[in-house]
Design a protein around this ligand. Structure first.
Ligand code: TEU
Length: 561
């Protein structure tokens, strides 16, 4: 594998709407991010991905873009964006924008022109298709529920939307559309971006012709998940290779793909040397336990399953490319609420999760607030939930026969709004996020969990993340942590997540006791040094017999084993 400048970095995702509001409108903004660059620097961040802040009706919180060349006034101005890129650069921080090009907004000029002239050139920017016997072209279900097909008013045509009906899919088969996209990407790169996070990208290739691909229904609505078609959609590499050659190569861009449902045999094409992208997120743990019936039927993940997901991805990718590791993002519940059994949630447990995630081979990502151990919000009513996806899943749960309370409890666990509650800066009004009314409820635990308190406390989650980042960058250890191989240790031991990282200079051992009860282990070689510990001390006898407490995690430098 070729070494790249970004391999030893640490990346951070900002969800601007919930980060920091400087205008009092209840919505975070770019000046809020500007004001917190030093906070991110203090944490040790090198790369920031900013979720969409382009002009948008916010039907899907900015993932529905109505003008790729403008910043939505609620988030600020293009000057703010330029200043942010420049100020970040002064601090050696690289900025990634979110590239959302599977679809745009129905309020985008292209779509408006297409509606005005449904047989004209702009209709070909989208999928405008004839129905069959007065019915939509096929039976695909959108990610957010209902048919992917929506009637084009005044015609017998339908347009395709894999996500919300306000997010019409762009027709990547059309070279004119692809040109527009590459031009726009270059325009942004010329502003000084390091690259992009690339949204929902696997969906840009469809199984065509649409009418040939009806699938057996997977729910009693007669529809089949749109993802079903992905295995029949062949040839995405032509588009992605073209995008890489036309844009990424030109700028030596850093790119991270949001890639679900990739075919295993294509992994190397995606992130191998000269792959389409620099890296991609590992979602194996995030999708574990999912059910075709919906969130209400999903299985909660256990520590044992979490470990198995991580190790499976590591083994698969070790010789392919460099993964991006996350424990949460803006589409997921908070990692600490998901991967730690709720009754066992504690500060050491949160630190344990941080340590194992950071010590996997790959680029570690922090989603805003993760560094504080922010938790899921206890929703008391569906009315408190804004997210389109959660609202759909709630309806699905209700239709399956669950009561309102049961449906709320089922979807609360997975709701995307858990991660979208305002950032908890301090213990003042609205957690210091806004002087106005926050667009989403602040988690009431902000008096206990907030940045101000944690930055002063050397035992806080924030300080622990700082220490993990410092260790990744420590000259003596960076090579092993960044490039060393990963080898599970005592893989069969229940609720123990342990692995070696073997580099040229040394062998590190990560031990994480993923349960309440303590456990004693005999190591195959003496411990040379304790590099990080989520407890004040470690019980070691004869250099090799280690007793780990309740959710204790340690990173050890070992005499070669
Ligand atoms: O997500 C794509 C995706 O397939 C899933 O994350 C899915 O939308 C989600 O789990 C449903 O609950 C990306 C963005 O990250 C997401 O925020 C957008 O809603 C989506 O694309 C559409 O742009």
């Amino acid at each position: 594998m070729q070494k790249k400048w970004w391999h030893n970095k640490v990346a951070y995702q900002i969800y601007p709407k919930s980060f920091l509001d400087t205008t009092g409108n209840g919505i975070g903004d770019l000046r809020g991010i500007l004001g917190k660059l030093d906070y991110l620097k203090e944490l040790g961040i090198d790369i920031i991905w900013i979720s969409p802040c382009y002009q948008s009706p916010l039907a899907d919180q900015g993932y529905d873009i109505s003008d790729y060349y403008r910043i939505d006034p609620r988030f600020g101005t293009m000057e703010d964006m330029e200043e942010l890129i420049a100020k970040a650069k002064e601090r050696d921080i690289s900025i990634l924008m979110d590239l959302v090009v599977n679809h745009c907004s129905d309020e985008h000029e292209w779509f408006q022109k297409a509606l005005q002239d449904p047989y004209g050139p702009y209709a070909d920017y989208f999928y405008f298709e004839k129905g069959v016997n007065g019915q939509p072209p096929n039976n695909w279900r959108s990610y957010f529920g209902g048919s992917v097909w929506e009637p084009v008013p005044g015609t017998d045509l339908y347009y395709l939307h894999a996500f919300h009906k306000k997010q019409p899919d762009l027709n990547w088969e059309n070279p004119a559309l692809r040109e527009e996209i590459y031009q726009m990407m270059c325009w942004w790169m010329d502003k000084g971006l390091a690259g992009f996070r690339i949204d929902a990208i696997i969906n840009i290739k469809k199984a065509l012709p649409f009418t040939n691909y009806n699938y057996p229904p997977d729910r009693d609505d007669g529809l089949a998940a749109v993802t079903t078609m992905l295995s029949d959609a062949v040839g995405i590499g032509d588009f992605l290779g073209e995008m890489r050659d036309r844009v990424f190569h030109k700028y030596d861009a850093f790119t991270v793909g949001e890639v679900f449902n990739v075919k295993e045999e294509e992994l190397a094409d995606f992130i191998g040397d000269d792959g389409y992208f620099s890296t991609m997120f590992d979602f194996r743990a995030a999708v574990w336990g999912g059910s075709p019936k919906g969130w209400y039927d999903s299985c909660h993940i256990t520590p044992q399953a979490y470990k198995s997901c991580c190790f499976t991805s590591q083994k698969l990718m070790q010789n392919v490319g460099y993964l991006s590791n996350i424990i949460e993002n803006h589409d997921e519940p908070r990692g600490v609420s998901r991967y730690i059994p709720p009754q066992e949630l504690s500060d050491p447990a949160k630190k344990l999760l941080a340590a194992v995630s950071f010590m996997l081979r790959g680029l570690p990502w922090i989603y805003q607030g993760q560094e504080l151990g922010m938790e899921n919000l206890p929703f008391s009513s569906i009315d408190e939930i804004d997210d389109v996806s959660t609202r759909d899943e709630y309806e699905v749960a209700r239709r399956s026969g669950l009561s309102e309370a049961e449906a709320l409890s089922a979807v609360s666990f997975y709701s995307r709004d858990n991660a979208r509650t305002p950032f908890q800066w301090d213990d003042g009004k609205n957690a210091g996020f806004t002087t106005g009314t926050p667009w989403l409820r602040v988690n009431p635990n902000y008096t206990r969990i907030n940045a101000k308190a944690q930055m002063r406390d050397k035992n806080s989650l924030f300080s622990f993340y700082q220490a993990l980042i410092a260790l990744r960058k420590h000259p003596d250890y960076t090579d092993t942590i960044v490039y060393g191989t990963l080898e599970p240790f005592m893989e069969d031991a229940e609720n123990l997540m342990a692995f070696y990282r073997r580099g040229e200079a040394q062998t590190l051992l990560v031990l994480a006791n993923f349960r309440k009860e303590s456990r004693t282990l005999t190591l195959p070689a003496p411990v040379k040094r304790i590099l990080l510990n989520n407890y004040p001390s470690l019980d070691i006898e004869n250099d090799t017999v280690v007793t780990l407490g309740d959710y204790q995690a340690v990173i050890l430098d070992m005499t070669a084993v």
